[in-house]
Design a protein around this ligand. Sequence first.
Ligand code: SF4
Length: 66
Amino acid sequence: MLRIVIDPNTCCGSGECIKICPENAISLVDGKAVLDHKKCDLDGICIPACPKGAIEYEEELGGCGF
Ligand code: SF4
């Protein structure tokens, strides 16, 4: 199953993804964008909005922790 991931090492905290997300799934925590996977509907709108390219689709692995 796909999910959206934000690389905290690449995120510059611009907030562009927060402004564009229709589900209000992203918030800034300590200057980094953090995604609430329960709100995200995987539309991918935030991916091109990120000026750093820090957001991408990732294949979610099964097992514990997800
Ligand atoms: S994929 Fe869509 S719903 Fe999910 S965080 Fe990005 S803009 Fe928001």
